[in-house]
Design a protein around this ligand. Structure first.
Ligand code: DC
Length: 471
């Protein structure tokens, strides 16, 4: 399968170019922006606020989107109604941008887009194709132009259609959409690391088309032995295989016997190699059957596993980067240990679903709110990601804050401090970004409290030692 991803901000000329390139190379073009527009149109027609996830979500459940090609032109049918003629109205752009920021909308569209691309040779254009929808696309291009140039192009296009719009309003709209599209939480607009940047500000449409066609052809022609090898196992096939394996790892482990054996076998090993002194461990007792998210600072690779053996009574669940599951042996081992794969740098829908199911089932999960390792540990915690708050609010789970005093060291006593569990109950039912930010602030404050409790605990230990030394 050939997958070409063209991303970029509004008005960069992606759709004109993508259409022409698809025609020239015999590929099928899918305008993903039109899918968000059709969703926004359906919401507006039903009188639903396009920024209100609680109202949009039930609408999505009943929404059947069908992409058809009539006389070679893409038509988007929603529940058998052709929305296409209504999608290019000026007001639809803002509505589409707003609705596209809702996670439930994105998940639905991305599912449809991936299915579409898995069965055909395609060119997709949008905002997140190279980064999120088709991360293994054969060819990725990021097209851009200055906001002024994009507004001028749009202005001329509308003028030709006989519509008059104020240029400054157009420019302000474009800037606003750039901001919305690149600041939303799920799959924001951004250039994929392996995408080629094409600034079209000073290029004619024909020049852009020629540049993209030549780039796509170059991507299709392996030049080196290494490329030939890569092509032998085509990326989409490899990806499909990997995805199929990953899907298995998003389900609960079947072999509980092996799981128990591992834990029984590994626990003494952990105790011998990295002895842990748990302070305040009683605070995390009696939580069986109650969904709980254990959060912790993250110094090193080993600290991920230690609480699983020390603290969790039955099942231990952690998130592990999906690359680790690429090997069937390591993947199977991690799966048996209860690890959930997560694709980093993107919103991994399967991972999110898996975590939510687990917490709703009353299981325990450990995550690092900083999202990555931080050797500064407690001294300088990085900004918290909003995932913890989102999961805790959605599943009404407890949050158990924990903190290592220092990076766990081999054969030394390592301190792990458990703080008072808390809930984000004042945010239950909330979905807005603002509420998530506030809830994340609260998580951070609680973690800071644990930090000061831990510091006083260690200070009192040192005092005691000093006194004993003097005696
Ligand atoms: O490309 P367009 O102007 O038709 O897109 C309409 C809106 O849809 C745009 O503001 C952002 C959103 N969009 C998106 O979020 N992801 C895509 N792949 C395509 C469009």
């Amino acid at each position: 399968m050939i997958n070409v991803a063209i991303d970029g901000p509004a008005g960069a000329g992606k759709s004109t170019v993508a259409k022409a390139v698809a025609r020239e190379l015999g590929l099928i073009y899918l305008d993903t922006g039109a899918m968000y527009r059709a969703t926004a149109y359906t919401a507006l027609k039903a009188g639903i606020d396009v920024t209100d996830e609680a109202k949009v979500k039930p609408m999505l459940e009943d929404m059947c989107m069908d992409i058809r090609f009539e006389d070679g032109a893409q038509q988007i049918y929603v529940n058998d109604f052709n929305t296409t003629p209504f999608l290019r109205e000026h007001y639809m752009s803002k509505a589409a941008s707003d609705i596209s920021a809702l996670p439930s909308v994105r998940y639905k569209m991305v599912d449809l887009q991936r299915k579409f691309a898995a069965e055909r040779d395609v060119v997709l254009d949008g905002r997140d194709i190279g980064t999120f929808v088709l991360p293994d696309a054969n060819c990725k291009i990021f097209m851009t132009a200055t906001p002024e140039e994009r507004a001028t192009r749009r202005f001329k296009e509308l003028e030709e259609k006989g519509q008059s719009v104020d240029f400054d309003v157009l420019l302000a709209d474009i800037k606003q959409r750039d901001y919305n599209d690149s600041h939303r939480e799920v799959a924001p607009l951004k250039q994929a690391e392996d995408a080629v940047l094409l600034d079209t500000t000073k290029m004619s449409v024909d020049e852009v088309i020629a540049a993209v066609v030549s780039r796509v052809k170059a991507c299709m022609q392996p030049e080196t032995q290494e490329d030939v090898k890569k092509n032998e196992t085509s990326p989409s096939k490899r990806q499909l295989k990997r995805e199929a394996r990953l899907k298995k790892y998003y389900l609960p482990p079947k072999r509980h016997g092996f799981y128990r054996f591992l834990r029984v076998f590994l626990r003494p090993l952990q105790a011998a190699l990295w002895p842990i002194k748990l302070v305040g461990g009683e605070r995390a007792e009696g939580l069986e059957g109650r969904g709980a998210i254990f959060i912790c600072n993250h110094f090193s690779k080993v600290d991920t596993f230690l609480p699983c053996f020390k603290l969790f009574k039955k099942e231990a669940h952690i998130l592990a980067k999906s690359e680790l599951f690429e090997s069937a042996i390591i993947g199977g081992f991690l799966h048996s240990l209860g690890a959930i794969p997560v694709k980093r740098g993107e919103a991994d829908i399967d991972s999110v679903k898996c975590v939510l199911r687990l917490l709703k089932d009353g299981k325990h999960l450990m995550i690092f709110p900083e999202g990555t390792r931080n050797t500064e540990g407690t001294r300088e915690m990085a900004e918290f990601k909003s995932g913890t708050a989102r999961f805790a609010i959605k599943t009404k789970s407890l949050i158990v804050p924990m903190m290592y005093y220092a990076p766990p060291k081999l054969f030394r006593r390592n301190y792990l401090f458990v703080g008072q569990p808390f809930e984000l109950d004042e945010f239950y039912g909330e979905r807005s970004q603002e509420a998530m930010n506030k809830a994340t602030e609260k998580v951070r404050e609680k973690m800071d409290e644990v930090g000061s409790e831990l510091n006083s605990y260690v200070a009192s230990l040192k005092n005691k030692k000093n006194k004993e030394g003097k005696k």
